[in-house]
Write a protein that binds this ligand. Sequence first.
Ligand code: 13P
Length: 347
Amino acid sequence: MSASLVETAHALVGAGKGLLAMDESNATCDKRFAAAGIPQTVDMRRAYRELLVTTEGLDDCISGAILYDETIRQTDRQGRRLVDRLTDVGIIPGIKVDTGAKKLALHPGETITEGLDGLRDRLSAYRIMGARFAKWRAVIGLQDSQPTFGCIRANMQALARYAALCQEAGIVPIVEPDVLMTGDHTMERCFVTTENVLEILFEELTAQSVKLEGVILKPNMVLPGLACPVQEPVADVAAATLQCLLRSVPAAVAGIAFLSGGQSARLASARLNAIALRAVAERAPWPLVFSFARAIQQPALELWHGEASKVRAAQHVLHHRAWCNHAALGGNYSAVMEDDPACLRAS
Ligand code: 13P
């Protein structure tokens, strides 16, 4: 494994900053635009991504940004590549390379994430475009007797084959096994499933000779389902998340970057803060950061509403969310930061 892979991984997770996931596929981005009353056009998506990457001071809190295929090829209004706008301020560009979750044969209701065909060529093209890391998301749902062993095994093997191709191409793989929050399952059930999924993931990564020092894990936090009547306090979530990760993630992994998974922006920050504090107490061996999409973007997206006159205000809100999550990494987030204008400007 090249030294630069380890250096890139370290630059992404070792600087006390997090990742901005802005890699929604066109379909997902359009769905979020539709819900916020924003027209679903190429130019609106371009304008929105320009808003995100040109937010002043974002590099104070963000080490890397995950882009989608459409975005890595786009330019700002002055014709400058959005990738260059990121690298100019020291934010490392990354790229989502899976092609989405498709029906898994003979496993009704479950999916397999696709995108391995032709991936070697796509990775070398993305590297030329400036990508230094990549992301692949496997989706694991919890309902009735699911997930099945077949679903977990197939998805973890695909993640491992993707990670091997990335390292071959000199690109740091972010491996994202996402145990969904959808449903009324308990936190205990999420714990057991996440532990099982991670154990199989690391078995598959080892089988494919992937070097863990050049891998970033992007897991879910261990949480009760969104519809579960019992919602544990943040301290319990932090304890469960740390215990699960300490049991199943080798110390050699470069770092862990949590997804937000549909939590509210404030709750995600509060839980991240509790996890960071717990990690220090438990002497966790890896850096822990965030790689949020919804929990960092959603308030800004809603405020922007597709209107040019609201770009600055939306950028301010985006920066504030990034700042809150950055503070959480040091255990310094508190609800006071949400409404205090002094904190807002400090951000
Ligand atoms: P959320 O933070 O909205 O879960 O998104 C993270 C991500 O990258 C999904 O693949």
